[in-house]
Design a protein. Structure first.
Length: 115
């Protein structure tokens, strides 16, 4: 009877852990989407400000150096968001729940009893 109670407890704990992991994954995905949105908006603002500076100084922004500056600004602005994305991706991969192997548990109990 004790083994049955133990197995039921393991199944219930697994279901609870699975629901918690699902909730955590949803939270991480939500954070990732919000960070991506913030990243896009910030990059647009930074690039628009730099283009406005070029326009105010009479540059059209078509030159090689202007494009290099814009690319550098885009990359520097995106860097912290890319780090957050990488961190969240790693968290997402780690939010897994190991399924209990009830057959293996039963076999080990039978082996303990027989041995």
């Amino acid at each position: 009877m004790g083994q049955l109670v133990s197995d039921v407890t393991k199944v219930l704990d697994y279901k609870n852990a699975k629901n918690e992991a699902k909730s955590e994954r949803q939270k991480i995905l939500s954070d990732m989407a919000m960070n991506e949105s913030e990243k896009v908006n910030l990059i647009k603002k930074v690039l628009a400000a730099q283009r406005a500076k070029y326009g105010a100084s009479g540059n059209t922004g078509d030159g090689f150096s202007e494009n290099a500056v814009l690319k550098r600004l885009r990359d520097e602005t995106a860097e912290p968001f890319d780090k957050k994305y990488k961190t969240n991706s790693e968290k997402l991969k780690k939010t897994k729940v190991k399924k209990p192997n009830l057959v293996k548990n039963w076999l080990s109990k039978i082996d303990d009893i027989a041995g």
